[in-house]
Design a protein around this ligand. Structure first.
Ligand code: SAH
Ligand code: SF4
Ligand code: F3S
Length: 445
């Protein structure tokens, strides 16, 4: 009998990308192989995101298409198991059972290590959705197989969950309270990744700089300690961490940006708004002044460092003056990349019930203005890169033969006609052209 094939589709943040890689690890130990697409898959998994309404609704519309596919396969005598995992499940388990009863199993982001038992259960009784949305006592990381091999760039989750409860955000409800992995576990996983080819590791957490994992002696250690330990791993050339919370950037972490050449000179530090009134209503524990002071300290520690950020426009109560304060902080920090969103009202979060909800039309106008400004700084930074020699880690094939895509230290995408022998290598590239979203370049000589 041929091996069973899986297809997994990932929505949402980098943590979900990491989780999907770990799920693939589980499936491979169970003997599954990757399918070329959903049509040939015996098992289809959606790893879902609940952060904004659009993200969550997309899951349900895509599931409708998968149901049609399941019917087609059934008509041809083929069985298809459909699973939904991730943040939508944690928040809307009942909705899934109601709106997509053809789903065979649904597990939250903290219980997917139980997949082998869940799949076995489905084998025994079909036609009922198996749901697991417990916040488990055990850590999934202790139960996942260690068979993940890596390309040049790898993600490594070191912390999960969030205790910040920003008033707009679902994450504390979907990923639970903050939990850090022990230092030695992180180091062991990092070493394995480097042994299998990783040159760059991106440490992940919903609030990664509140990391407080225990060391071998049971002592709690912070992110700065972890970064210094990781920097000792031979062969690990680049380290990044994301996403950080501004109020938790401390002096020890800033010193790492001064001392560790492996730490890339690029930091994603979401500010969300430039207005102190709005930041307070968001329950962010920083003012715009605090944020600017942190950025100044970071620039002093490493003058080459550049910032990226996340923004929300149209938060309840946001007036023109508040929005102008957001534009003002962009003009001060000159972020080189950013994600910006219209506020999305999420059931169960405090902001959903706040007075002063902003009209959709105004949200859209503000988002357009903000994005134009952000893109202008992004384009300027990219244009200023032309003529520079930059170390680029190539990890993706480009559209045509011989073309590879890689990343500069500043997370810019760079395309080069360079030949596949440079895949998963760091190469010095002279930047020749720049647009808002990418660079092109050539090797010297
Ligand atoms: N833990 C990270 C990322 C959270 S989600 C952090 O604290 O930054 C990524 C981004 O989505 C957030 O930074 C925020 O800008 C945006 N976001 C979260 N909830 C949102 C909502 N209800 N509406 C619009 N954007 C939201
Ligand atoms: Fe959400 Fe705020 Fe936590 Fe980020 S810090 S995950 S925005 S609650
Ligand atoms: Fe989305 Fe969950 Fe990540 S809601 S952004 S997948 S933590």
């Amino acid at each position: 009998m041929s091996k069973k094939q899986y297809y997994i589709k990932t929505f949402g943040c980098q943590m979900n990308v990491y989780d999907s890689q770990r799920i693939v690890g589980i499936l491979e130990t169970l003997g599954y192989t990757p399918a070329s697409g959903p049509k040939t898959a015996d098992l289809i998994i959606f790893n879902t995101c609940h952060i904004r309404e659009k993200a969550a609704e997309k899951v349900f519309s895509d599931l409708g298409r998968i149901f049609a596919l399941k019917q087609e396969r059934l008509a041809a005598g083929l069985d298809t198991v459909i699973g939904v995992v991730g943040c939508v499940v944690q928040a809307e388990d009942e909705q899934i059972a109601k709106r997509a009863p053809f789903v065979d199993f649904a597990t939250g982001p903290l219980t997917y290590h139980r997949l082998p038992e869940i799949l076995a259960k489905i084998g025994r009784k079909r036609g009922q959705t198996v749901i697991d949305t417990e916040f488990p006592a055990e850590s999934k990381f202790d139960f996942l197989p260690q068979n993940r091999s890596s390309g040049g760039c790898a993600y490594l989750a070191i912390q999960e969950g969030c205790n910040n409860f920003c008033t707009y955000c679902v994450v504390p409800y979907t990923r639970g309270i903050e939990c850090s992995r022990p230092v030695e576990d992180v180091l062991a996983e990092a070493r394995r990744l480097v042994e299998t080819g990783a040159l760059e590791i991106n440490l992940l957490g919903q609030n990664v700089n509140s990391y407080h994992g225990e060391d071998h002696a049971g002592k709690e250690r912070n992110l700065a300690h972890l970064l210094r330990r990781l920097a000792e791993i031979e062969g690990l050339k680049r380290i990044r961490y994301t996403t950080s919370y501004p109020a938790d950037v401390d002096d020890e972490l800033i010193a790492c940006h001064r001392d560790l050449p492996q730490l890339m000179p690029y930091l994603h530090l979401p500010v969300q708004s430039g207005s102190d009134k709005i930041l307070k209503a968001m329950n962010r524990r920083h003012t715009s002044g605090d944020y600017l002071r942190t950025v100044e300290k970071l620039y002093a520690a490493n003058p080459d460092l550049r910032m990226s950020s996340d923004f929300i426009v149209g938060f309840p109560g946001e007036e023109d003056a508040d929005f102008r304060a957001t534009l003002d902080i962009v003009n001060r920090v000159k972020f080189i990349q950013a994600f910006s969103f219209k506020y999305s009202r999420r059931a169960g979060t405090p902001a959903a019930l706040m007075p002063g909800q902003v009209e959709e039309k105004i949200k859209k106008e503000r988002l357009d203005i903000l994005q134009n400004l952000l893109f202008s700084y992004q384009l300027k930074f990219n244009k200023d890169s032309v003529g520079k020699l930059m170390p680029v880690l190539f990890d993706m094939k480009g559209r045509h033969a011989g073309q590879l895509i890689g990343r500069t230290p500043y997370m810019q995408n760079l395309h080069a006609e360079i030949g596949k022998e440079y895949m998963n290598k760091i190469v010095n590239i002279r930047v020749t052209e720049a647009t808002t979203n990418s660079l092109s370049g050539k090797t010297e000589g």
